[in-house]
Design a protein around this ligand. Structure first.
Ligand code: NAG
Length: 201
């Protein structure tokens, strides 16, 4: 299971240094060349559509880049990726998840249905399962065409699937048929749509 402890901590230290350099460089550039940096971030955001979301303006997210909270979040994301347990064609981790009714189940329980994610929502960090379930109801309000479950508070699914902040997968017969790249810059719902349409045709 994963890397032995010393190896993992060495990798974490290396990632910590990389993230620190990234954030420090970003901060300096943002301070001295705010317009250039904004244009750069906007261009990346436009690629995936985040910059075109009418619900939040650029001023809501660009200035949050390279802050202390940003540093901790990016560090968490990159540390988590060291524990990625998925590979294309490999066994899909059967992590525990929670139905919105509170009932516990596992990811494989949905294997017959196939998956389809639609909209994404912007929500506060949840401290307990109640808050997490409540947040998931925002998704239900948009009538997704698939079952919705949440990770348990141990965050095992998010960890083993290296899913933070978002990632799309297609699982079939317990195996990983499709592993998308991670969001917010590199995930691609259109690829999932094409794949699902192909599977259903
Ligand atoms: C799981 O994630 C939540 C935030 O989404 C966090 O508050 C909680 O501490 C995490 N749990 C573990 C065991 O890391």
């Amino acid at each position: 299971m994963g890397l032995p402890w010393p190896g993992l901590w060495l990798k974490r230290l290396w990632v910590l240094l990389q993230v620190a350099v990234h954030v420090a460089t970003g901060k300096v550039l943002l301070t001295f060349f705010p317009e250039r940096v904004k244009q750069h971030i906007l261009a990346m955001g436009q690629k995936t559509g985040i910059a075109n979301n009418p619900h939040f303006s650029h001023d809501n997210w660009i200035p949050t880049f390279f802050s202390t909270q940003y540093f901790w979040f990016v560090l968490k994301v990159h540390w988590q990726r060291l524990e990625d347990k998925t590979e294309l064609g490999g066994l899909a981790p059967n992590c525990p998840v929670v139905r919105l009714s509170g009932q516990r189940c596992n990811i494989w329980d949905f294997m017959q249905d196939g998956w389809a994610f639609k909209n994404n929502v912007d929500i506060r960090n949840h401290q307990n399962l109640q808050e997490r379930l409540q947040a998931a109801h925002l998704l239900l309000a948009r009538n997704p065409q698939c079952p919705v479950v949440v990770d348990t508070m141990q965050n095992q699914s998010s960890q083993h699937y290296a899913a933070l902040p978002e990632r799309l997968y297609v699982l079939q017969e317990g195996r990983i048929l499709y592993k998308g790249k991670s969001g917010p810059w590199n995930y691609n719902p259109e690829e999932v749509r094409v794949l699902l349409e192909k599977l259903h045709s």
